[in-house]
Design a protein around this ligand. Structure first.
Ligand code: FO1
Length: 355
């Protein structure tokens, strides 16, 4: 993928800065479309991506960061398009050899090329580099065309509380086991972000949100991706205080996730699987925060899929969430670029309405 020219545009001395909070596959594909749109229509715009690290897992002594890697590989041209994770042209010899030794777990798809990323990352972490510096070093190879920052340099992990074998008892398993081995088909009582309360936003995260001209929430999983990022102390507050309009795109179309298993995640937290319910879950930024609420809403604008969800417009607008219905299926880069264009236009509409 041609890396868009991000040098400042002389006719626009102060290039626009966009901050994006993203999970893995859906977020990565949206950002690819966003960069495609910006390269053509708003060259010189700087994009900072704040990525979820709650999916991270330590396996076979390797620190694996699925969402950081999906974004880095997708924007750097190394992604397996059909999987949305891991490398194109991947082989799984190491995985097979580990299975031959009976080394658990066998359910995780550890790719050979991908393993080089995990080895470099783990080596640098062991040498004392923070995850944000490691990510920057890995991106020197991939040139994703964005500044990619983990939500935190502190180790956090999403674990899922499910029923244990003993009737009436529960156990927690790593999110990756729930997602990959169980395909999210085992009822999740709760998601717990281990380490969240002591985690700090990585260097640059809060500034990127505060200094952004526009903040975008791509159609990532609203619970275990975007929702996880919001649990890092300070990030929700920065979103509520930034002067930038905060515009999100619904990951739910016609009552179902476009891909992945966000419906299982939403069900676990008691949120309906609908474009409207997700917007209500994120909350309107203008809404007053009832005493004791969990920090208050973050949305100014919301895009829903035109063919199925335009009814949400009438219900969300009175809440202070300016809602527009546009095609939201990321069928190819051009379609995704159109979505990004609609999101940027909605942000500008919201900014104009303020003055
Ligand atoms: N997803 C799967 O469905 N099966 C896998 O075996 C698998 C392996 C894997 C390895 C590295 C990596 O970066 C991602 C991987 N994923 C796999 C995707 C991953 O579970 C999810 O993409 C995210 O954690 C959720 O967005």
């Amino acid at each position: 993928m041609q890396t868009p020219d991000l040098s400042p545009d002389p006719s626009n001395p102060t290039p626009r800065s966009v901050a994006v909070l993203a999970g893995g596959i859906g977020g990565a594909r949206f950002i690819r479309g966003l960069l495609h749109y910006l390269a053509v229509s708003e060259p010189g715009t700087e994009v900072t991506v704040i990525a979820n690290t709650g999916d991270d897992i330590r396996l076979f002594g390797l620190q694996i960061c699925p969402d950081l890697d999906s974004i880095m590989y997708t924007l750097g041209g190394g992604i397996s398009e059909e999987r949305g994770w891991g490398r194109e042209g991947e082989t799984f010899t190491i995985k097979d050899e580990l299975a031959a030794y009976g080394a658990p777990p066998t359910w995780f798809g550890l790719g050979d090329r991908d393993t080089a990323t995990h080895l470099v990352r783990t080596q640098m972490l062991s040498a004392g580099y923070p995850l944000s510096a490691v990510t920057e070093a890995l991106c020197a190879r991939w040139q994703p065309g964005v500044r990619l920052i983990p939500m935190s340099d502190d180790r956090v992990e999403t674990h899922v509380v499910i029923d244990a074998d003993e009737p009436g008892t529960k156990q927690a398993i790593h999110f990756q086991e729930w997602w990959i081995r169980h395909r999210a088909a085992v009822h999740a009582h709760e998601f717990v972000l281990i380490g969240a309360e002591d985690a700090k936003p990585a260097p640059g995260v809060i500034d990127a949100i505060r200094n952004a001209d526009i903040v975008l929430l791509p159609p990532s999983n609203p619970v275990v991706s975007i929702g996880t990022i919001l649990q890092i102390p300070g990030i929700r507050e920065a979103l509520r205080q930034t002067s930038a309009p905060v515009v999100g795109l619904s990951p739910i179309v016609g009552g179902a996730p476009v891909r992945g298993m966000a419906d299982a995640c939403l069900e676990a937290i008691g949120v309906a699987t609908s474009a409207e319910a997700v917007a209500r879950h994120y909350g309107a930024r203008v809404a007053s925060v009832p005493a004791g609420a969990d920090g208050g809403g973050i949305l100014d604008g919301w895009l829903v899929h035109d063919d199925t969800d335009s009814a949400a417009i009438a219900n969300l607008t009175p809440l202070g969430i300016t809602t527009r219905a546009v095609p939201l299926l990321m069928t190819d880069v051009d379609a995704t670029a159109q979505m990004a264009s609609a999101a940027m236009d909605l942000a500008r509409e919201i900014m104009a309405a303020r003055t």
